[in-house]
Design a protein around this ligand. Structure first.
Ligand SMILES: NC(=O)c1ccc[n+]([C@@H]2O[C@H](COP(=O)([O-])OP(=O)(O)OC[C@H]3O[C@@H](n4cnc5c(N)ncnc54)[C@H](OP(=O)(O)O)[C@@H]3O)[C@@H](O)[C@H]2O)c1
Length: 229
């Protein structure tokens, strides 16, 4: 049975990925920063006691990520999905380091920390993949609306991290993808977004499943279309 590890799995897209992979008979290691308040995940673990494993993980803490790596020593992972993300809507003139720091920690540095902590687990996996939930807002080439400085910059930094990981992970046979989920109705996407979470996640799961070694280091959206960097 294949195994996936998902960060930020307590709500939004992370929770939907957890539901869909469980329904598809995967083993899911679902992580969330506060399991005490993760009611939906705890309800799912009642439904899937044998295949859902919960772990508390604040991805803003590199030490916590390293600890997770130690806890999982020897466990094969077929997919590591960094889904956790933060966005605050501050435009020009509204920036502060206090606002930038969590964006950089969670959106850009955490995926690198996860990759470093879980490389040996992925190396034991079957057709292993490391996937980061990016955003079209990371694209410098297609930025036509401006604003969202910290979010755009942190996701663009994450894309740069992913590109280097694709090169560093190639000798280990690990495929690396940056995926844009579309504009999705979650707490982050808001009620006006064009896609529902099940549709977005179904699309992304198909893209992940179809991705081969030739696709490593690419930036794609939920329906498989390529995005400009
Ligand atoms: N929705 C969209 O339209 C859209 C578009 C493009 C990209 N994305 C990306 O897709 C991913 C998922 O977004 P979403 O729409 O599902 O957002 P969401 O509903 O706001 O959920 C964000 C998730 O990230 C978790 N998280 C934030 N900081 C964390 C931390 N320090 N440690 C652990 N978990 C943390 C949250 O946990 P808590 O509940 O503990 O806060 C929550 O589970 C993000 O990376 C986002 O940037 C979304």
């Amino acid at each position: 049975m294949p195994t996936i590890l998902i960060s930020g799995a307590n709500r939004g897209l992370g929770l939907e990925f957890t539901r869909q992979y469980l329904a598809d008979h995967w083993t899911v290691i679902a992580t969330a920063r506060d399991l005490a308040t993760a009611a939906d995940l705890r309800a799912l673990s009642g439904e899937y006691p044998a295949t859902l494993r919960l772990a508390e993980l604040d991805v803003a803490s590199p030490e916590a990520i390293a600890g997770l790596g130690r806890d999982l020593a020897g466990t094969a992972l077929d997919i590591v999905l960094h889904n956790a993300g933060v966005l605050t809507r501050r435009g020009f003139g509204g920036s502060s380091w206090q606002d930038w720091e969590p964006h950089l920690r969670v959106n850009a540095y955490a995926p690198l920390c996860l990759a470093e902590a879980l490389l040996s687990n992925l190396a034991r996996g079957h057709d292993p993949k490391f996937v980061n939930l990016s955003s079209v807002l990371a694209s410098i080439a297609s930025n036509s609306s401006g604003g969202l400085y910290a979010y755009r910059a942190s996701k663009a930094a994450a894309n740069a991290v992913l590109k280097s990981l694709a090169i560093d992970f190639a000798p280990h046979g690990i495929t690396v993808l940056a995926l844009h989920p579309g504009w999705v109705r979650t707490r982050m996407g808001g009620p006006e977004a064009s896609l529902d979470a099940p549709t977005s996640v179904r699309g992304m799961r198909a893209v992940i499943a179809a991705a081969g070694r030739a696709d490593t280091g690419t930036f794609r959206q939920w329906d498989g279309a390529s995005l400009p960097w």
